[in-house]
Design a protein around this ligand. Structure first.
Ligand code: SF4
Length: 858
């Protein structure tokens, strides 16, 4: 089987992948991002490329249509809205999943031909505050760091970044570097104890949004300790005095940290020349995210610790092509190729190059504002590309209602059913990872090819082509007459050359003569030039700016809800949710809550909590753990209305945004929590897809089919009928056990002697081995034995899955540890856990330390 050299479609690390049509997936040993490594998500890509659930043909009002009629309708609706209500009556909402070529074409159509800047993307939710902070400090949106800097640093400060789960291969590179150089120090700044904390020498469990106070305090300390690089600042930096004055006025008690911890952090930072400060969503997703970014950048600028090996600020991006989207200008406040929308010369140059009839002159609607404009009737036609805003935006129920309020909604997607697609009038089938060709840019500015190794299924088409086809039908055919993505890339590079007279960081000249088909992963700018090594920045005077930051006034509501990601899922699970290997790791929507808070609510293990704000509510499994501080809740953002009843946590989050960047504050919503008192709780494993209608439900894939956690408000009168319906209308004979005294019901369904579904219900959260139960599906185990709820005596129960690659459960690992496997390496030797992708190594470390993350329901 020949393997195709391509790039992982998940996080911003941008790992190289060797992929085969038979589902073979290997890390690319030659890719400079990962040198052959893959995390659990990347390693399981082969399980996500099937056609189950795929959108294979255009759909118009729910009916299959041909491409011509669907595209004609989209073009006609957009053109009619523009003609009647003006260009700002239409909008595109795009995605960091799009390839650079797709992004370029969408941006060109909206800004140069429709004449509006109403194109924003889910990258607004990810790193818009970093973009805004970079532009304030450097004059451009420049990420100056490289992955090698992380390996060469003597001190890495990870701020609001659970790298172990969200950028796992980068985490593994850091872990390997620390193994080689044990003197390397790692500090983790995070309100939560996460998997990343386990590698840190120091955990600063900071108050939410206390980061500005922390780095302001550091800046004041750097001045006092005379660590400031006076010559660098004098020559290359403005704004020092104002920034220091604001820093000195800051009360570091707002960090929530002890004086001892602050002193230790400040002493280590100031005494270590080679320091990299890594930050991501914990900094960006905040009502003061841009200020936080600048508070960090101030410290690097004041010390001149920027632009040199092993030092500098480093914003890591969440999405595979967030950086590519920034480069082509695919956000509502950008133009193209790092040019300024507010600069008339820039606009003229782009319009000349595009030979376009118009060019937008004002910033468009940023994500949250865009959906508010949908709600208030301003937007008459909306096109959502490769993303799922009805579940990923804050106030998700409000966003779903806003989308439903738009007279014409089109989506281009690879899946047929998503929370957003369910609201659209037209669905356009896009090719997915493995079927498409183009480029992506990772967090260190490295452009890599995604290459197709599978044929386009059904009638699916590349996004750049779908957008170009609509553009042609709107009368702009000449400007969108691309035959291949290579044509689009060549034009994008040519635009860069055409505007080279404007001082910018973006420099694509290294791609001018590139062989697109054979393009190897390539970092811009050319010749490995380091940004800011020469002290040259991009403000008109060539200097950087330090920004005076005033930390926010913090309040502590009863609970503050933080949201984030799980190790083994990606965004709204449309792809990773297909993988049986990934499904069992944290298989239901949960909320981490401190033991003292759980006790105050009366919530024990397995309890369900109703978490709510003034925007909406979610019902989530309580995961009781001291890894969150008292008064804090944490819930992952992956679950949707497709897989749960009320598991979409963004129904609760508030549409509060940073005033500079427009990025939503997804990590700090004031919330309430209370026990959801179900009349009964259930668990089922089934060959067929469950279809629960209960007030609480969460469905996930398993190695033998499906599983679901359920809970109901009314006791069923007929447990067999209830179980049959919940298990997706399973056929076959039923073996039923009920016990009125304990309120338990157990049902096994058998066809031709084979167990096809098992259902367990009780008045309390069901305690049984999920792993063992899943393993009984498809076997000829006698029904009564299958209903015992635990593994057979000759088949030890592995327990909840920790290592997704080798399906190694916690009980297996604990047994191995009890027999003397007392290191991660020894556990790997005995059980194989952690020896493939290595993503579970932090959990193995925690397990050995007796601090394993408890599972919600076991
Ligand atoms: Fe993909 Fe994992 Fe690499 Fe991220 S770290 S690009 S998810 S393999």
């Amino acid at each position: 089987m020949s393997l195709t050299r391509t790039t992982c479609p998940y996080c911003g690390v941008g790992c190289g992948v060797l992929a085969g049509a038979d589902g073979t997936i290997k890390g690319d040993p030659d890719h400079p991002a990962n040198y052959g490594r893959l995390c659990s998500k990347g390693a399981a890509l082969g399980e996500t490329i099937d056609l189950e659930g795929r959108l294979l043909h255009p759909k118009v009002h729910g009916k299959t249509a041909d491409w011509d009629s669907a595209l004609d309708l989209v073009a006609q609706k957009f053109s009619a809205a523009i003609a009647e209500h003006g260009p700002d009556s239409v909008a595109f909402y795009a995605s960091g999943q799009l390839l650079t070529e797709d992004y370029y074409v969408a941006n060109k159509l909206m800004k140069g031909f429709i004449g509006s800047a109403n194109i924003d993307t889910n990258s607004r939710l990810c790193m818009a505050s970093s973009v805004a902070g970079h532009k304030r400090a450097f004059g451009t949106d420049t990420v100056p760091g490289t992955y090698e800097d992380l390996e060469e640093a003597d001190l890495i400060v990870l701020v609001g970044s659970n790298l172990a789960w969200c950028h796992p291969v980068l985490y593994q590179r850091i872990a390997a570097a620390k193994d080689k150089r044990p003197k390397m120090r790692i500090i983790n700044v995070d309100p939560r104890h996460t998997a990343t904390t386990d590698i840190a020498d120091m955990h600063l469990q900071i108050a939410p949004d206390g980061d500005s106070a922390l780095f302001n305090g550091l800046l004041a300390h750097l001045v006092e300790a005379q660590v400031v690089d006076e010559a660098f600042v004098a020559q290359h930096v403005n704004g020092m005095a104002e920034a220091v004055a604001a820093a000195r006025a800051t009360d570091t008690a707002d960090t929530g940290l002890s004086g001892q911890d602050l002193a230790a952090f400040y002493a280590l930072w100031s005494s270590t020349e080679r320091v990299v400060t890594v930050y991501s969503q914990g900094v960006n997703q905040s009502a003061c995210g841009t200020d936080k970014v600048n508070a960090i950048l101030n410290c690097h600028l004041a010390t001149g610790r920027i632009g040199k090996p092993g030092m500098g600020p480093f914003s890591v991006t969440g999405q595979p092509n967030a950086m590519g989207g920034r480069e082509v200008g695919g956000l509502a406040n950008m133009l193209a190729n790092h040019l300024e929308l507010g600069n008339a010369d820039h606009r003229d140059a782009v319009q000349d190059f595009w030979e376009s009839p118009t060019i937008c002159t004002q910033p468009g609607l940023k994500a949250v504002d865009l959906f508010e404009a949908c709600a208030n009737g301003q937007i008459k036609a909306l096109w959502v590309m490769s993303t799922n805003p009805a579940v990923s935006l804050p106030d998700a129920d409000g966003v779903a209602a806003a989308i439903a309020n738009v007279p014409f909604v089109v989506t281009s997607d690879i899946m047929e059913r998503t929370d957003t697609n369910d609201l659209a009038h037209v669905l356009l089938p896009a090719v997915g990872w493995g079927e498409k060709n183009g480029t992506v840019t990772n967090s260190e500015r490295r452009v890599s090819r995604q290459r197709a190794f599978l044929p386009a299924p059904g009638a699916a088409r590349p996004d750049w082509r779908i957008i170009s086809d609509v553009a042609a039908r709107m009368g702009f055919g000449d400007a969108f007459a691309y035959d291949t993505p290579a044509d689009v890339f060549a034009e994008y590079v040519a635009l860069d050359a055409a505007v080279s007279k404007f001082p910018r960081d973006l420099d694509l000249s290294i791609f001018a003569d590139a062989d697109y088909a054979a393009l190897i992963p390539t970092q811009w700018p050319r010749d490995g030039r380091r940004f800011f090594a020469d002290g040259a920045f991009y403000h008109p005077d060539g200097k950087a700016r330090m920004v005076a930051v005033t930390p926010p006034i913090l309040s502590q509501p009863r609970f503050l809800l933080n949201t984030g990601r799980n190790r083994d899922q990606w965004h709204t699970m449309t792809r990773t949710g297909k993988s049986p290997r990934l499904g069992p790791h944290l298989a239901e929507p949960y909320v981490e809550i401190h033991p003292a808070d759980a006790a105050a609510l009366g919530a024990g293990p397995g309890a369900l909590l109703r978490v709510q704000s003034s925007f909406g509510r979610a019902i989530l499994r309580a995961l009781i753990t001291p890894r969150v501080a008292e008064g804090h809740l944490f819930a992952p953002m992956h679950w949707t209305r497709q897989r749960t009843t009320l598991g979409a946590v963004n129904a609760v989050t508030a549409p509060v945004t940073d005033p500079v960047s427009g990025q939503p504050a997804l990590k700090s919503t004031p919330a309430e929590a209370e026990i959801f008192h179900a009349k009964w709780y259930g668990y089922l494993a089934s060959r067929s897809a469950p279809q629960p209608q209960t007030p609480y439900s969460a469905v996930s894939r398993t190695q033998t089919g499906w599983q679901a956690e359920v809970a109901g408000s009314r006791l069923p009168s007929d447990w067999e009928a209830e179980a049959r319906a919940l298990c997706g209308g399973v056929a076959g004979d039923a073996c039923l056990q009920t016990d009125r005294a304990t309120g338990t019901a157990r049902v096994a369904f058998v066809e031709d002697g084979v167990i096809t579904a098992l259902f367990f219900a009780a008045h309390q959260p069901v305690v049984l081995s999920r792993n063992a139960t899943v393993g009984l599906i498809g076997t000829q185990t006698p029904p009564l034995a299958a209903l015992a709820g635990h593994a057979a005596s000759d088949q030890p129960d592995a327990g909840p899955i920790v290592c997704a690659c080798f399906n190694v459960g916690r009980n297996t690992l604990l047994a191995a540890a009890a027999k003397g496997a007392n290191s991660v390496a020894a556990l790997g030797e005995v059980t194989c856990a952690g020896t493939n992708c290595g993503s579970c190594k932090p959990e193995l470390t925690a397990l050995l330390a007796g601090a394993a993350l408890p599972m919600a329901a076991e």
